[in-house]
Design a protein around this ligand. Structure first.
Ligand code: PLP
Length: 431
C-alpha cells in the first residue's frame, strides 16, 4: 500500500510482505514497526565512522532496548552503554558480555554500583562522590570518569548534557581532587568519557567536544581509552529534503585529532563512541489511527490514538516528526492545515500543530517516521493506556512480533489488593 501523502521511508519495502493496515489489524493500533535492514545499515555506518585500529561503537540502550533489536545490534558488532541497573540487566539478557557493557552512572544508588561490580561491568563515575563510592566498594579496581569539558550541543536545552548549567560529568577544574581520590582508593583510571548532548546535525560541536576531552586526557597517564559520547543526529525533516549529518567529514577530522593526540600522548589509545538515536531512530515508525475529525473555533483537529503516552518527543521537546498518511483504497486531493492530537486528557497532547496534510478522515492510518529512538523507550501507561506492540520486519520481508502489546491485566499486575479495614472501607456498598 502506497501512502496518499509522504512516500519517503515506509514504502512497501519498509513493511516487507505486509501492508500497514494488515499489521495494525493483527497487532492493534498504535503500533511500532521496525525494519531490520535499515537498523543494520545504520550500525554499519557508525562502525565505519573512524579509520582507527582500536575503534569501538557502543549502542546507547536508552534509545530503544527491545531485546530483538539489541540482538541485531550486537550481531553487527556494537557494544552497549547502560544508564541504570535495569539497562545492564536488559543488555545481559540480550547477550552482551560484561566487557561489552559500559555503565555510565549518573547519581546512581550504591545498589546499582554493586550490581555492576558483581558482574565486572566497567563503571564511569560522573561526580567526585560517585568516584569515592566506587573506590570504597572496589578499592584497587578499574574505573572510568565522565568529565564535563564545557562543550555542549543538542536539539533542545533539555538534552544538552555538557557545559555550564548541566548536571553531568566532573568539571575539569577538579582534576587534582580526582587524582587524589584515585590515589586514596588505588583505583586504576582506564578511560575518560563525555557526552555533549543529543542530536547535532553539523560535525563541529562534536569535534570541539572531542578536542576538549582529549586535552583533559593528556593530564592522565596510561589511559586505555577515550569515549567521545554520542548525539549523532538524523534528519527528522526528510520530506522537506533535510540533508544527513556529514559522517565522512566528521570521521576524517576526528581521525586527525586522534592522531595528533596519540603523537603527543606517546601511545595508541582505544577510541569509543556512544550512539543511540543514529542507530535506531530511522529504522522505526509509529502507526496510529485517526478516530475523529472536528473543527474547534476555526482550527481543524484530527483525533488519533497517538497520545504522548506512546510518543513523547513532540510534547517533551517540541520535536518534529514527518507524517505519512495511508487510506484504504483511496486517493486524496489537496491539503489543509490540521492539528493532530492524541487521546490523552491533556490539552498539551499534540503530535503536530497546523501541519499541511490531506484532509483526514476517520479510519486513515498515520505513520510517524523516525520513531525508533526515544519512542517506545519513553512510552507509559498514563491515562490507563496500553503501551503498543512492537513488530520487526525482517530482511526477508516477513514480520515478527517482538513485544506484545500491554494487556488490561498488565496495567494492575504490580498492584497489591487492599487488605484489612481499608478494604472494607473502600469496597462499594451493594444496593
Ligand atoms: C551518556 C550518554 N551517551 C550517549 C547518549 C546517546 O545519545 P544519542 O541517542 O543522541 O546518540 C546519551 C543520551 O542521552 C547519553 O546520555
Amino acid at each position: 500500500m502506497l501512502p496518499i501523502f509522504g512516500g519517503f521511508t515506509p514504502s512497501v519495502d519498509f513493511f516487507g510482505h505486509s501492508d500497514p493496515y494488515a499489521l495494525v489489524e493483527r497487532h492493534g493500533s498504535p503500533l511500532y514497526v521496525y525494519n531490520e535492514s535499515i537498523l543494520r545499515q545504520r550500525c554499519r555506518e557508525m562502525l565505519r565512522l573512524l579509520d582507527h585500529p582500536d575503534f569501538h561503537v557502543s549502542y546507547s540502550s536508552k534509545a530503544n532496548a527491545n531485546l530483538a533489536l539489541l540482538g541485531i545490534i550486537r550481531e553487527e558488532g556494537l557494544r552497549a552503554d547502560a544508564m541504570s541497573l535495569g539497562e545492564m540487566h536488559i543488555l545481559l539478557q540480550a547477550g552482551f558480555t560484561p566487557e561489552e557493557i559500559f555503565f555510565v552512572a549518573n547519581n546512581v544508588a550504591e545498589e546499582e554500583l554493586g550490581f555492576a561490580l558483581e558482574h565486572e561491568i566497567l563503571i564511569s563515575a560522573d561526580s567526585l562522590s560517585l568516584l569515592e563510592a566506587v573506590g570504597r566498594l572496589n578499592p584497587g579496581g578499574p574505573v572510568a570518569i565522565r568529565f564535563n569539558p564545557g562543550v555542549g550541543a543538542g536539539h533542545h536545552q533539555k538534552v544538552i548534557t555538557a557545559g555550564a548549567g548541566t548536571k553531568f560529568g566532573i568539571d575539569p577544574m577538579f582534576v587534582p581532587q580526582v587524582k587524589a581520590a584515585l590515589r586514596a582508593h588505588r583505583l586504576k583510571l582506564v578511560g575518560i568519557n563525555h557526552h555533549i548532548g543529543s542530536l547535532f546535525m553539523e560535525p563541529d560541536p562534536y569535534l570541539a567536544g572531542a578536542q576538549a576531552l582529549l586535552k583533559i586526557a593528556k593530564q592522565f597517564d596510561d589511559l586505555a581509552f577515550v569515549d567521545l559520547g554520542g548525539g549523532f543526529g538524523v534528519p527528522y525533516r526528510k520530506l522537506a529534503g533535510q540533508p544527513r549529518l556529514d559522517l565522512v567529514r566528521l570521521g576524517n577530522e576526528l581521525s586527525g585529532h586522534i592522531a595528533a593526540f596519540e603523537t603527543a600522548y606517546g601511545k595508541r589509545i582505544a577510541v569509543h563512541i556512544e550512539t543511540g538515536r543514529y542507530v535506531s531512530a530511522e529504522c522505526g515508525v509509529l502507526l496510529g489511527m485517526v478516530h475523529t475529525v472536528k473543527e474547534n473555533y476555526g482550527e481543524r483537529f484530527a483525533g488519533t490514538d497517538i497520545g504522548f503516552n506512546t510518543l513523547m518527543r513532540p510534547v517533551l521537546y517540541d520535536s518534529h516528526h514527518d507524517i505519512e498518511v495511508y487510506r484504504k483504497g483511496g486517493a486524496s486531493a489537496g491539503s489543509e492545515p490540521v492539528t493532530v492530537v492524541g487521546n490523552i486528557c491533556e490539552t498539551g497532547d499534540v503530535l503536530t500543530t497546523a501541519r499541511d496534510l490531506p484532509p483526514l478522515h476517520q479510519g486513515d492510518l498515520l505513520c510517524v517516521l523516525d520513531s525508533g529512538a526515544y519512542g517506545f523507550a519513553m512510552a507509559s501507561n498514563y491515562n490507563g493506556r496500553l503501551r503498543p506492540a512492537e513488530v520487526l520486519v525482517r530482511d526477508d520481508g516477513k514480520d515478527v512480533l517482538i513485544r506484545r502489546r500491554d494487556t488490561l491485566e498488565s496495567l494492575t499486575a504490580n498492584c497489591l489488593p487492599p487488605t484489612g479495614d481499608r478494604a472494607r472501607i473502600s469496597r462499594p456498598k451493594g444496593p
